[in-house]
Design a protein around this ligand. Sequence first.
Ligand SMILES: Cc1cc2nc3c(=O)[nH]c(=O)nc-3n(C[C@H](O)[C@H](O)[C@H](O)COP(=O)(O)O)c2cc1C
Length: 701
Amino acid sequence: MSDLAPSLLIAYGSQTGNAESISKHLHEEALARGYASTVTVLDDYEQVEQNHPNAVLVIVISTTGDGDFPDNTQKFFRWTRRGAKDKLAAAFNARKFAVLALGDTNYTNFCQTGKRIERRLIELGAVTFQPKGLADDATGLEAVIDPWVANMWSLLPSLVVCDQEKARRFADRAAAPTSSILKKQKLDDNKVEEKKDTATETPVAVIPPATTATAATTVSDPMDIDIPLHYTPYKFPISLTGVPTSSDQVTGAALLPTEYLSITPTQSTRSPLDSSKASLFHLFPNTPSSSTDPFTYTPSTLFASKIVGHRYLTGDKALKRVLEVTLDVKGLNWTVPAGAVVGIAAPNPDFVVLPLLKRLGIEAETVLDVKLGAGETGVGALPFVTDAPYTAYEAFRYFLDLNPPLRKPFLRIMAEYASDEAERAALLFLTSTAGAALFKSLKQANLSLADLFATFPSVTSLPLSRLLESLTRLQPRFYSISRINNALGTISIAFNIVEYTNPITQQPVVGLCSTWLESLVKGAGDMIVPLYPKPNVVFGPPADVETPMVLVAAGTGITPFLSFLQARAEAAAAAGKTPGETVLFHGRRFVEADRIYGSEIDAYVAAGVVTRFVEVQSREEGGFKYVQDAVLGEGNDVWRIVGEQKGSLFVCGGVEMARDVHAAVGKICGDAGRVEGGDVGVKNYLKALTAEGRYLKEIWS
Ligand SMILES: Cc1cc2nc3c(=O)[nH]c(=O)nc-3n(C[C@H](O)[C@H](O)[C@H](O)COP(=O)(O)O)c2cc1C
């Protein structure tokens, strides 16, 4: 009897789509190599595994937040810790598995989730068939992923049953210098379109229609805002040094991913173009309009909240505008706790969607029938699942990430459809090992999909199925709630309007969600914001209002702390207690212009809820420059509160700031022998504080 497992099961956990995309491509390649393969999101693992009890398991998982599990793995990880012993044993005992972890060394907890999952599965009796891969986004994921995956393919024949005929065909394809199917076709096909340089094409500019929807209460509206209406795609100048001009000269190009989606444009059309309406909701007919359980709402059953107020929190001198938006969430029936977070599903802007559809030759109004190809079984392989069939416009506007990170499998697919030989060669070269430096320079330019098509204008006939296979789902954007009114059923969020110039392409870049929300308050839509409450948020103030705490924020990192202070003031008043000592550090650029929630904090200071407010300005003379300098400067107090009085320390803001504050706190702990054991002692001490929930961070990149 063979010891080989009957199949391969690829399970992913992904916050922004990288692990998802990698897993789907692994799955497709596994099928092409002759393995019976299934791909699933980790949260569905328990159910999917029952149909594949003896499969070899490959886990691809990213780390998010501050060493946290992606949202679509939380259920899985909880189950591995607290699930029924017999079920866990059945699922994992003697299971052969390997972990490919994605992370970024800019974060303190590099690839933490991959490490934890591997450790936990080993505890449950599973056995690794190759060491985990730790891929680093800071230096380029491919440097680790490519050899890790190559090693996996070399080991799988001794682990999983393989269809030898398919394996042989695959080996033949791999041995061919490049896929020549399209090339041959082109030689005989006079109908191939003339090369068109779309970089010079004028993109369609869509002017959002004016609305008569209820106007928001504008407290202050300091300036006229230009809402972007169009985007001119950027053609990346590829340096031709060392780049082969003919595809025959390219060696070691990536293999063409197998096609797995079947997309049929149906005869029906639906006019989808009224983007002033929250048309997203007709795609989710089963979504309850209200529910007694707020967590019924998820990324695929969104709640329709309504903007009922807005104001700018920054002054004219500020370099970035901070907008506060107040949303009616009564129907959620959610008693919102301090520190709560909502995920907002912002659509792609029409000025990106419509030119892209035009570029691909797709009618926006056509209803699509999207299915897995014949013989496909992977439950996680569909790019999105909704209750209703949708139009091309809806798919592009609401469901697809149109700014994906540059990925080699997609470049390989583009090469297949490039009608210009030099472009085809360049695209193939980009996927090869020899093209690594060029790939890196293109990746660093953060090109959008539109830029990529402008860079390779001869890719004109890319089928929709190929594009959808390569794109991942548009992810919700998360916002900490700053102000809560549970009686009225409203919440407020405050955020920077993201706008900057891409340093490499010099193109303007705008944030998807922040600019969309701003456009709504400027009258570009019907003020409906699809959202859901993020479950399992642990970032909240200590339960006992007398526990002292230190809060460290930079910029809009102040937002969750507003809710902490509000909760503390209310709980102290209700219990007739004096709130514990609270030191709040807030870093910003300018004293006045960036004093986000300044008057609210002044009121908390006056009421004794904030006992010390340390304001730090990086662009003003005098005082501490950065918040980490202030934390270090106030080290004695920080230690007294956290170390001696067993208080709590919370940090919220960007990743660099959190790293620098972490270093400052480490120094405070190590100074004067406060924590013994040198660097290792301090590291373990801070780890223990985190485990106790007394040192928590909310971080974004
Ligand atoms: C907000 C945010 C937080 C992150 N936190 C961590 C972290 O704590 N540790 C780490 O190793 N990587 C961290 N990363 C890096 C991601 O794991 C990495 O970019 C990965 O490629 C993302 O994969 P995904 O798209 O499948 O989620 C973070 C990335 C973001 C955007």
